[in-house]
Ligand binder design. Sequence first.
Ligand code: S3P
Ligand code: PEP
Length: 420
Amino acid sequence: MLLALHKSTIVENPPKIVITGSKSESNRLLLLQALYPELQILNVSNSDDSEVMQKALKSTSNLIDISHAGTAMRFLTAFFATQEGREITITGSDRMKERPIQVLVEALNALGADISYLETEGCPPLKINGKLLSKEHVSLKANVSSQYISALLLIAPKLKNGLELTLEGEITSVPYINMTLDLLDQIGVKTSFENNKINISPLETLNAHQQPLTVESDWSSASYFYSIVALSPVGTEITLSSYKKDSLQGDSVLSEIYTDFGVETKFGENAITLLKKAECQLKTITCELKNAPDIAQTIAVTSFGLGIGCFLTGLHTLKIKETDRLVALKTELEKLGAQVSITENSLSLEPNQLFSSEAKAQSNKGLGEVIATYHDHRMAMAFAPLGLKTNLQIEDAMVVSKSYPTFWDDLKTVGFKITK
Ligand SMILES: O=C(O)C1=C[C@@H](OP(=O)(O)O)[C@@H](O)[C@H](O)C1
Ligand SMILES: C=C(OP(=O)(O)O)C(=O)O
């Protein structure tokens, strides 16, 4: 569906926006719940990726299709590898069949699993013959995706002797590994992470006093509201729930990064209020995003809308996500008049005057450019805040349901004018 965003402003005192649970926390806890059925989870994400995960874990079929969900693909591969006697084919979207999984498959097979490729070597679909994994030490490359590491950590407490992982090379997306370890810790699993070694002790059953675990709302989803406030006049405020200061999600670094864009975060009871406190004073913003790759698109588009430059590094994982996000960003920003250059792991955007007061009159003619989304929810959501600066259209707009199904309704609530 093509949606038209007509140049909008944020309403005064918009109602609080309730954002669904983090899909990363949800998918980890859903997997743990499959291993420890007594575990209770509150505020599970309503994202497609978490629904796919729930469905797959309940399914008795021997064909599992996880569509676009990277975490579901990686976590379920590890899970089914340990389900003795089950023979599973796990597949996904066309893009999923291009997303690498070899590092995880090799690690699982080294632990005693029986996993083979059905089409392209190194990618899904996979054939998994569930087995009792016999080994407890394994090494794997840590610079491709942290999801492989989290997948192994999640099944580790159910292995007879637990697991010792040795991480090779530079470790990427570390906060996601720490999130996995923290959640394991919260269900009573003993873990340690020192230098490049992670140890997980076995845990047969949960303690009888285990409390239900509550998923915090999704910080990556909050990034689009940070962008909206950054692109709004000084004094604009939006409140989001349910968030806390000590988040497990690495993307909570947004509250620091966006101070450079003039946005202050006020932490209240279970909520954050984003306030545009001052005009952004920077000419160019520089950010290292190895630990928070999912907010790169948001930051690039905020910078573009503010007319400032940005230099984003640590982006080597962007090429293997829902699309090649570096190429997609360059293509779509350039459609709007930006000058962008990319390397294998960085993006650089030149400052611009496109939305300055003189240019403003020009930016409102017709329905505006059509932004392509490449089956990537974050392309749609990252570009949407530009609706505060110009008319624009978003192609295949329902792609947002991968992580944030009510995104467009929430945008309307804060004042966006959106039509089909
Ligand atoms: O473990 C997770 O929940 C995730 C880890 C990150 O992937 P990489 O480790 O592949 O960068 C992130 O981009 C993804 O959206 C979710
Ligand atoms: C990369 C993402 O998800 P996944 O890898 O789980 O498909 C994302 O949500 O930005």
